[in-house]
Design a protein around this ligand. Sequence first.
Ligand code: GTP
Ligand code: IMP
Ligand code: MG
Length: 333
Amino acid sequence: MPSTVVVGGFFGDEGKGKIISYLAQKDDPKIVVRGGAGPNAGHTIEDGEKKYKVRMLPSGFLNKNAGLMIGPGVVINPEVLHKEIEEFGTSTRTFIDNNCGIIEKTHTDVDAGGRLKEKIGSTGSGTGPANADRALRTLKMAKEIQSLKPYLIDVAEQLHNALDSEQNILVEGTQGTFLSLWHGTYPYVPSKDVTASGICADIGLGPKNVDDVMVVFKSYVTRVGTGTLDGELPMDEVSKRGWSEVGTVTGRQRRAAEFDFNLAKRAIMLNSATQIALTKLDVLFPECAHKNSFDDLSLSAKKFITRIEDSTDVAVTLIGTGPGVNDIIDLRE
Ligand code: GTP
Ligand code: IMP
Ligand code: MG
Protein backbone atom coordinates (compact mmCIF):
# COMPACT_ATOMS: atom_id res chain seq x y z
CA MET A 1 0.00 0.00 0.00
CA PRO A 2 -0.86 3.01 -0.61
CA SER A 3 -1.47 1.59 -4.12
CA THR A 4 -1.01 -2.14 -4.64
CA VAL A 5 -1.77 -3.88 -7.90
CA VAL A 6 -2.49 -7.64 -7.73
CA VAL A 7 -2.22 -9.65 -10.95
CA GLY A 8 -2.11 -13.29 -12.02
CA GLY A 9 1.31 -14.74 -12.89
CA PHE A 10 0.28 -17.75 -14.99
CA PHE A 11 -2.97 -18.47 -16.89
CA GLY A 12 -5.54 -17.06 -14.46
CA ASP A 13 -7.24 -18.84 -11.57
CA GLU A 14 -4.13 -18.51 -9.38
CA GLY A 15 -6.37 -17.62 -6.46
CA LYS A 16 -6.30 -13.83 -6.82
CA GLY A 17 -9.81 -13.61 -5.38
CA LYS A 18 -8.73 -15.07 -2.07
CA ILE A 19 -5.52 -12.97 -1.91
CA ILE A 20 -7.41 -9.74 -2.69
CA SER A 21 -10.08 -10.61 -0.20
CA TYR A 22 -7.42 -11.08 2.50
CA LEU A 23 -5.63 -7.81 1.60
CA ALA A 24 -8.94 -5.92 1.54
CA GLN A 25 -9.64 -6.98 5.11
CA LYS A 26 -6.12 -6.77 6.49
CA ASP A 27 -4.97 -3.47 4.92
CA ASP A 28 -8.39 -1.77 4.96
CA PRO A 29 -8.06 0.11 1.65
CA LYS A 30 -10.46 2.96 0.98
CA ILE A 31 -11.11 1.63 -2.51
CA VAL A 32 -10.86 -1.78 -4.14
CA VAL A 33 -10.91 -1.29 -7.90
CA ARG A 34 -11.17 -3.84 -10.68
CA GLY A 35 -9.38 -3.75 -14.01
CA GLY A 36 -9.12 -6.63 -16.49
CA ALA A 37 -11.34 -7.99 -19.22
CA GLY A 38 -14.91 -8.60 -18.02
CA PRO A 39 -17.22 -11.31 -16.66
CA ASN A 40 -15.06 -14.00 -18.29
CA ALA A 41 -13.21 -13.87 -14.94
CA GLY A 42 -14.46 -15.83 -11.96
CA HIS A 43 -13.09 -15.66 -8.44
CA THR A 44 -14.03 -18.00 -5.63
CA ILE A 45 -13.81 -16.63 -2.09
CA GLU A 46 -14.35 -18.74 1.00
CA ASP A 47 -15.06 -17.09 4.33
CA GLY A 48 -15.89 -19.58 7.07
CA GLU A 49 -18.90 -21.57 5.88
CA LYS A 50 -19.68 -19.10 3.12
CA LYS A 51 -18.49 -19.50 -0.45
CA TYR A 52 -18.84 -16.59 -2.88
CA LYS A 53 -18.41 -16.58 -6.64
CA VAL A 54 -17.67 -13.19 -8.17
CA ARG A 55 -17.44 -12.25 -11.86
CA MET A 56 -17.96 -8.48 -11.94
CA LEU A 57 -17.58 -6.90 -8.50
CA PRO A 58 -14.12 -6.57 -6.95
CA SER A 59 -13.23 -9.54 -4.72
CA GLY A 60 -12.54 -7.12 -1.86
CA PHE A 61 -16.27 -6.72 -1.11
CA LEU A 62 -15.97 -8.55 2.24
CA ASN A 63 -14.47 -5.37 3.68
CA LYS A 64 -17.69 -3.44 4.26
CA ASN A 65 -15.94 -0.07 4.50
CA ALA A 66 -14.30 -0.21 1.09
CA GLY A 67 -15.70 1.47 -2.01
CA LEU A 68 -15.98 -1.09 -4.83
CA MET A 69 -15.11 0.31 -8.25
CA ILE A 70 -14.88 -0.97 -11.81
CA GLY A 71 -12.61 0.91 -14.21
CA PRO A 72 -13.54 2.04 -17.75
CA GLY A 73 -11.36 -0.64 -19.36
CA VAL A 74 -13.67 -3.39 -18.08
CA VAL A 75 -16.74 -4.48 -20.04
CA ILE A 76 -19.85 -5.01 -17.92
CA ASN A 77 -22.75 -7.39 -18.23
CA PRO A 78 -25.44 -5.40 -16.35
CA GLU A 79 -27.42 -8.54 -15.55
CA VAL A 80 -24.40 -10.22 -13.87
CA LEU A 81 -23.50 -7.00 -12.06
CA HIS A 82 -27.02 -6.37 -10.70
CA LYS A 83 -27.22 -9.96 -9.48
CA GLU A 84 -23.93 -9.66 -7.57
CA ILE A 85 -24.84 -6.26 -6.09
CA GLU A 86 -28.04 -7.80 -4.78
CA GLU A 87 -26.43 -11.03 -3.58
CA PHE A 88 -23.63 -9.27 -1.70
CA GLY A 89 -25.72 -6.25 -0.60
CA THR A 90 -23.27 -3.69 -1.97
CA SER A 91 -25.61 -1.23 -3.73
CA THR A 92 -24.53 1.80 -1.66
CA ARG A 93 -20.80 1.27 -2.24
CA THR A 94 -20.62 -0.03 -5.82
CA PHE A 95 -19.34 2.44 -8.40
CA ILE A 96 -18.69 1.94 -12.10
CA ASP A 97 -17.05 4.24 -14.55
CA ASN A 98 -19.22 6.20 -17.00
CA ASN A 99 -17.17 4.74 -19.84
CA CYS A 100 -17.31 1.04 -19.02
CA GLY A 101 -18.42 -0.86 -22.14
CA ILE A 102 -21.64 -2.88 -22.09
CA ILE A 103 -22.07 -6.53 -23.05
CA GLU A 104 -25.35 -7.19 -24.83
CA LYS A 105 -27.11 -10.33 -26.01
CA THR A 106 -25.55 -10.00 -29.46
CA HIS A 107 -22.11 -10.41 -27.82
CA THR A 108 -22.97 -13.48 -25.74
CA ASP A 109 -24.65 -15.02 -28.80
CA VAL A 110 -21.47 -14.66 -30.87
CA ASP A 111 -19.39 -16.05 -27.99
CA ALA A 112 -21.63 -19.05 -27.39
CA GLY A 113 -20.69 -20.87 -30.57
CA GLY A 114 -18.38 -20.87 -33.59
CA ARG A 115 -14.66 -20.17 -33.75
CA LEU A 116 -14.25 -18.39 -30.40
CA LYS A 117 -15.92 -21.18 -28.48
CA GLU A 118 -14.43 -24.08 -30.42
CA LYS A 119 -10.90 -22.91 -31.23
CA ILE A 120 -10.10 -20.46 -28.44
CA GLY A 121 -12.19 -22.14 -25.75
CA SER A 122 -13.84 -18.81 -24.88
CA THR A 123 -15.90 -18.61 -21.72
CA GLY A 124 -19.02 -17.61 -23.68
CA SER A 125 -19.45 -14.49 -21.54
CA GLY A 126 -19.50 -12.06 -24.48
CA THR A 127 -16.36 -10.30 -23.25
CA GLY A 128 -14.31 -10.74 -26.46
CA PRO A 129 -17.05 -9.70 -28.91
CA ALA A 130 -17.85 -6.65 -26.74
CA ASN A 131 -14.20 -5.59 -26.75
CA ALA A 132 -14.15 -6.07 -30.54
CA ASP A 133 -17.08 -3.65 -30.79
CA ARG A 134 -15.26 -1.28 -28.48
CA ALA A 135 -12.35 -1.27 -30.93
CA LEU A 136 -14.83 -0.62 -33.75
CA ARG A 137 -16.32 2.15 -31.59
CA THR A 138 -19.84 0.81 -31.77
CA LEU A 139 -20.07 -0.51 -28.19
CA LYS A 140 -22.61 1.05 -25.79
CA MET A 141 -21.24 2.74 -22.70
CA ALA A 142 -22.45 2.44 -19.10
CA LYS A 143 -23.65 6.06 -19.12
CA GLU A 144 -26.23 5.10 -21.77
CA ILE A 145 -27.83 2.40 -19.59
CA GLN A 146 -30.68 3.59 -17.35
CA SER A 147 -30.31 0.80 -14.74
CA LEU A 148 -26.64 1.66 -14.14
CA LYS A 149 -27.25 5.39 -13.44
CA PRO A 150 -27.08 5.08 -9.61
CA TYR A 151 -23.55 3.67 -9.81
CA LEU A 152 -21.88 5.95 -12.36
CA ILE A 153 -18.74 7.90 -11.43
CA ASP A 154 -15.36 9.00 -12.80
CA VAL A 155 -13.19 6.17 -11.41
CA ALA A 156 -9.81 7.72 -12.29
CA GLU A 157 -10.73 10.95 -10.49
CA GLN A 158 -11.81 9.07 -7.35
CA LEU A 159 -8.59 7.03 -7.31
CA HIS A 160 -6.38 10.08 -7.68
CA ASN A 161 -8.33 11.97 -5.00
CA ALA A 162 -7.77 9.02 -2.66
CA LEU A 163 -4.03 8.88 -3.44
CA ASP A 164 -3.71 12.66 -3.00
CA SER A 165 -5.14 12.33 0.50
CA GLU A 166 -2.81 9.39 1.22
CA GLN A 167 -5.51 6.76 1.36
CA ASN A 168 -4.84 3.17 0.33
CA ILE A 169 -6.17 1.64 -2.83
CA LEU A 170 -6.11 -2.00 -3.85
CA VAL A 171 -6.14 -2.75 -7.57
CA GLU A 172 -7.49 -6.06 -8.70
CA GLY A 173 -6.40 -7.70 -11.93
CA THR A 174 -8.14 -10.64 -13.56
CA GLN A 175 -6.95 -13.52 -15.74
CA GLY A 176 -3.16 -13.97 -15.80
CA THR A 177 0.05 -12.78 -17.46
CA PHE A 178 0.17 -15.48 -20.15
CA LEU A 179 -3.45 -14.80 -21.07
CA SER A 180 -2.48 -11.25 -22.06
CA LEU A 181 -3.50 -10.30 -25.60
CA TRP A 182 0.03 -8.88 -26.09
CA HIS A 183 2.26 -11.10 -23.93
CA GLY A 184 0.27 -14.33 -23.76
CA THR A 185 -0.14 -17.41 -25.92
CA TYR A 186 -2.02 -15.70 -28.76
CA PRO A 187 -4.59 -16.51 -30.13
CA TYR A 188 -5.61 -18.59 -27.09
CA VAL A 189 -6.11 -15.52 -24.93
CA PRO A 190 -8.85 -13.09 -23.88
CA SER A 191 -9.34 -9.76 -25.63
CA LYS A 192 -7.19 -7.51 -23.41
CA ASP A 193 -3.74 -6.98 -21.99
CA VAL A 194 -3.99 -8.20 -18.40
CA THR A 195 -0.47 -7.52 -17.16
CA ALA A 196 -0.03 -4.90 -14.42
CA SER A 197 0.39 -2.06 -16.95
CA GLY A 198 -2.81 -3.03 -18.75
CA ILE A 199 -4.73 -3.28 -15.48
CA CYS A 200 -3.52 0.21 -14.49
CA ALA A 201 -4.57 1.62 -17.86
CA ASP A 202 -8.02 0.08 -17.34
CA ILE A 203 -8.60 2.16 -14.24
CA GLY A 204 -6.62 5.33 -14.98
CA LEU A 205 -3.44 4.92 -12.92
CA GLY A 206 -0.19 5.98 -14.56
CA PRO A 207 3.13 4.10 -14.25
CA LYS A 208 4.28 6.36 -11.41
CA ASN A 209 1.10 5.92 -9.35
CA VAL A 210 1.87 2.36 -8.29
CA ASP A 211 3.78 1.45 -5.13
CA ASP A 212 3.61 -2.33 -5.18
CA VAL A 213 2.92 -4.99 -7.79
CA MET A 214 2.02 -8.36 -6.32
CA VAL A 215 2.10 -11.27 -8.74
CA VAL A 216 0.07 -14.30 -7.68
CA PHE A 217 1.39 -17.76 -8.52
CA LYS A 218 -0.30 -21.01 -7.71
CA SER A 219 2.00 -23.80 -6.45
CA TYR A 220 1.36 -25.59 -9.74
CA VAL A 221 0.14 -24.22 -13.08
CA THR A 222 -3.41 -24.61 -14.36
CA ARG A 223 -5.06 -23.61 -17.57
CA VAL A 224 -8.71 -23.75 -18.57
CA GLY A 225 -9.66 -23.81 -22.27
CA THR A 226 -7.25 -24.31 -25.17
CA GLY A 227 -3.63 -23.18 -25.82
CA THR A 228 -0.23 -24.60 -24.93
CA LEU A 229 0.64 -25.68 -21.43
CA ASP A 230 4.25 -26.84 -21.17
CA GLY A 231 4.67 -29.97 -19.07
CA GLU A 232 0.92 -30.66 -19.14
CA LEU A 233 0.09 -33.74 -17.06
CA PRO A 234 -2.45 -36.37 -18.11
CA MET A 235 -5.79 -35.84 -16.35
CA ASP A 236 -5.51 -39.07 -14.34
CA GLU A 237 -2.15 -37.87 -12.98
CA VAL A 238 -3.70 -34.46 -12.18
CA SER A 239 -6.40 -36.08 -10.08
CA LYS A 240 -3.94 -38.52 -8.49
CA ARG A 241 -1.94 -35.51 -7.27
CA GLY A 242 -5.11 -33.85 -5.94
CA TRP A 243 -4.75 -30.95 -8.38
CA SER A 244 -8.18 -31.32 -10.02
CA GLU A 245 -10.05 -28.02 -10.31
CA VAL A 246 -13.07 -26.84 -12.26
CA GLY A 247 -13.51 -23.37 -13.77
CA THR A 248 -15.56 -20.85 -11.75
CA VAL A 249 -17.37 -19.47 -14.83
CA THR A 250 -17.64 -22.47 -17.14
CA GLY A 251 -17.37 -25.51 -14.84
CA ARG A 252 -14.72 -26.94 -17.19
CA GLN A 253 -11.94 -29.14 -15.87
CA ARG A 254 -8.68 -27.18 -15.50
CA ARG A 255 -5.57 -28.67 -17.13
CA ALA A 256 -2.45 -28.75 -14.93
CA ALA A 257 1.37 -28.85 -14.91
CA GLU A 258 4.09 -28.50 -12.31
CA PHE A 259 5.22 -25.03 -11.18
CA ASP A 260 7.06 -23.43 -14.13
CA PHE A 261 10.09 -21.44 -12.94
CA ASN A 262 10.79 -20.00 -16.40
CA LEU A 263 7.24 -18.69 -16.78
CA ALA A 264 7.42 -17.29 -13.27
CA LYS A 265 10.61 -15.39 -14.09
CA ARG A 266 9.04 -13.94 -17.21
CA ALA A 267 5.88 -12.95 -15.32
CA ILE A 268 8.01 -11.09 -12.78
CA MET A 269 9.71 -9.22 -15.64
CA LEU A 270 6.53 -8.36 -17.55
CA ASN A 271 4.74 -7.04 -14.45
CA SER A 272 7.71 -5.38 -12.69
CA ALA A 273 6.66 -7.37 -9.65
CA THR A 274 7.81 -6.28 -6.21
CA GLN A 275 6.21 -9.17 -4.28
CA ILE A 276 4.95 -12.69 -4.86
CA ALA A 277 1.83 -14.27 -3.39
CA LEU A 278 2.00 -18.06 -3.57
CA THR A 279 -1.31 -19.93 -3.27
CA LYS A 280 -2.25 -23.55 -2.68
CA LEU A 281 0.93 -24.50 -0.88
CA ASP A 282 -1.29 -26.88 1.11
CA VAL A 283 -2.20 -28.77 -2.06
CA LEU A 284 1.46 -29.48 -2.80
CA PHE A 285 2.40 -29.99 0.84
CA PRO A 286 -0.71 -31.19 2.76
CA GLU A 287 1.18 -30.98 6.07
CA CYS A 288 1.13 -27.18 5.61
CA ALA A 289 -2.68 -26.88 5.53
CA HIS A 290 -4.12 -23.93 7.50
CA LYS A 291 -0.72 -22.86 8.87
CA ASN A 292 -0.29 -19.17 9.67
CA SER A 293 3.41 -19.08 10.42
CA PHE A 294 6.40 -19.71 8.14
CA ASP A 295 8.21 -21.52 10.95
CA ASP A 296 5.45 -24.16 11.00
CA LEU A 297 5.99 -25.12 7.34
CA SER A 298 7.74 -28.37 6.45
CA LEU A 299 11.33 -28.30 5.24
CA SER A 300 10.35 -29.34 1.70
CA ALA A 301 7.74 -26.53 1.53
CA LYS A 302 10.32 -24.01 2.75
CA LYS A 303 12.79 -25.24 0.13
CA PHE A 304 10.17 -24.83 -2.62
CA ILE A 305 9.55 -21.23 -1.53
CA THR A 306 13.27 -20.47 -1.37
CA ARG A 307 13.72 -21.88 -4.87
CA ILE A 308 11.01 -19.56 -6.20
CA GLU A 309 12.64 -16.57 -4.50
CA ASP A 310 16.13 -17.51 -5.73
CA SER A 311 15.04 -17.96 -9.32
CA THR A 312 12.91 -14.80 -9.51
CA ASP A 313 14.84 -12.55 -7.15
CA VAL A 314 11.54 -11.40 -5.62
CA ALA A 315 10.31 -12.15 -2.11
CA VAL A 316 7.33 -14.41 -1.46
CA THR A 317 5.35 -12.28 0.99
CA LEU A 318 1.97 -14.04 1.15
CA ILE A 319 1.49 -17.81 1.24
CA GLY A 320 -1.90 -19.51 0.84
CA THR A 321 -2.36 -22.58 3.01
CA GLY A 322 -6.05 -23.29 2.37
CA PRO A 323 -9.11 -21.89 0.58
CA GLY A 324 -10.27 -19.77 3.55
CA VAL A 325 -9.48 -16.05 3.58
CA ASN A 326 -7.43 -16.50 6.75
CA ASP A 327 -5.55 -19.60 5.60
CA ILE A 328 -2.55 -17.43 4.90
CA ILE A 329 0.98 -16.63 6.06
CA ASP A 330 1.70 -12.91 5.86
CA LEU A 331 5.42 -12.13 5.69
CA ARG A 332 5.12 -8.47 4.68
CA GLU A 333 6.95 -5.92 6.77
P1 GTP B 1 -9.49 -15.46 -12.27
O1 GTP B 1 -9.66 -14.01 -12.10
O2 GTP B 1 -10.65 -16.11 -13.00
O3 GTP B 1 -8.21 -15.79 -12.93
O4 GTP B 1 -9.59 -16.27 -10.81
P2 GTP B 1 -8.81 -16.36 -9.43
O5 GTP B 1 -7.37 -16.10 -9.60
O6 GTP B 1 -9.50 -15.54 -8.40
O7 GTP B 1 -8.95 -17.90 -8.99
P3 GTP B 1 -10.24 -18.82 -8.81
O8 GTP B 1 -11.03 -18.31 -7.65
O9 GTP B 1 -10.93 -19.03 -10.09
O10 GTP B 1 -9.55 -20.23 -8.43
C1 GTP B 1 -8.77 -20.43 -7.33
C2 GTP B 1 -9.36 -21.52 -6.40
O11 GTP B 1 -8.40 -21.86 -5.43
C3 GTP B 1 -10.58 -21.10 -5.61
O12 GTP B 1 -11.47 -22.17 -5.50
C4 GTP B 1 -10.03 -20.71 -4.22
O13 GTP B 1 -10.94 -20.88 -3.15
C5 GTP B 1 -8.90 -21.68 -4.10
N1 GTP B 1 -7.74 -21.20 -3.31
C6 GTP B 1 -7.14 -19.99 -3.33
N2 GTP B 1 -6.04 -19.98 -2.55
C7 GTP B 1 -5.94 -21.24 -2.03
C8 GTP B 1 -4.99 -21.88 -1.16
O14 GTP B 1 -3.99 -21.30 -0.73
N3 GTP B 1 -5.21 -23.20 -0.85
C9 GTP B 1 -6.29 -23.90 -1.31
N4 GTP B 1 -6.43 -25.18 -0.97
N5 GTP B 1 -7.19 -23.32 -2.14
C10 GTP B 1 -7.02 -22.02 -2.49
P1 IMP C 1 -12.66 -15.35 -23.47
O1 IMP C 1 -12.06 -14.14 -22.88
O2 IMP C 1 -13.94 -15.78 -22.80
O3 IMP C 1 -12.84 -15.23 -24.98
O4 IMP C 1 -11.64 -16.57 -23.26
C1 IMP C 1 -10.43 -16.66 -23.98
C2 IMP C 1 -9.49 -17.67 -23.32
O5 IMP C 1 -9.08 -17.20 -22.06
C3 IMP C 1 -10.14 -19.03 -23.06
O6 IMP C 1 -9.14 -20.03 -23.20
C4 IMP C 1 -10.60 -18.94 -21.61
O7 IMP C 1 -10.70 -20.20 -21.00
C5 IMP C 1 -9.49 -18.08 -21.01
N1 IMP C 1 -9.94 -17.25 -19.88
C6 IMP C 1 -10.68 -16.11 -19.96
N2 IMP C 1 -10.88 -15.59 -18.73
C7 IMP C 1 -10.26 -16.40 -17.86
C8 IMP C 1 -10.09 -16.40 -16.42
O8 IMP C 1 -10.53 -15.50 -15.69
N3 IMP C 1 -9.38 -17.42 -15.88
C9 IMP C 1 -8.84 -18.40 -16.66
N4 IMP C 1 -8.96 -18.46 -18.00
C10 IMP C 1 -9.66 -17.47 -18.59
MG1 MG D 1 -10.96 -17.76 -11.93
